[in-house]
Design a binder for this molecule. Sequence first.
Ligand SMILES: Cc1cc2nc3c(=O)[nH]c(=O)nc-3n(C[C@H](O)[C@H](O)[C@H](O)COP(=O)(O)O)c2cc1C
Length: 169
Amino acid sequence: MSMFREITPEQFIVSPFACIGSDWMLITARKGDLVNTMTASWGGLGVMWGKNVASIVVRPSRFTKEFIDAADTFSLSFLPDKYRKQLNYLGAVSGRDEPKIERSGLAVIDVDGTPCFAEASQVLICRKIFAQVYDPDCFLDPAIAACYPQKDYHTFYYGEVIKILKKEE
Ligand SMILES: Cc1cc2nc3c(=O)[nH]c(=O)nc-3n(C[C@H](O)[C@H](O)[C@H](O)COP(=O)(O)O)c2cc1C
């Protein structure tokens, strides 16, 4: 933990389009003694109900969804580009089928009971405050339906950002 320092939301200066959409993130949560993670490139950062929030969307098939649903918190770990291979792996294989965190070689660390990754350059610790399955009746752009040929609609979550960690240089 000493390799990270806590920063304020105002000191967290990133493009959400780059750090989520291009660089990707790991969504990680704990269920009992187990931890699971998955790569994500959809989501957002903003302000809602007067709180700083991160939003994520998770399809029902993801093993990580069971962990997010079981936990009060989850983390978003942003890793440097040299870990792209591991991000691809963690986004292609399910923790149901393989001990993928162990095989990735990445190290889980614990921040106030929430798991995240030692290799991250920045980490958001989030408290789950909202979850809702997307209702296809609400898709105003018909093109959105093409994302769901199997009708496996994402669950949308808001997490209140309760801690932001930055790797010490
Ligand atoms: C670049 C990338 C982005 C992804 N983004 C998401 C996402 O935002 N939501 C989602 O449900 N799955 C997303 N996935 C798919 C999951 O990461 C993938 O299905 C993973 O194997 C799930 O692992 P799990 O079953 O252990 O949870 C993405 C995969 C990749 C490679």
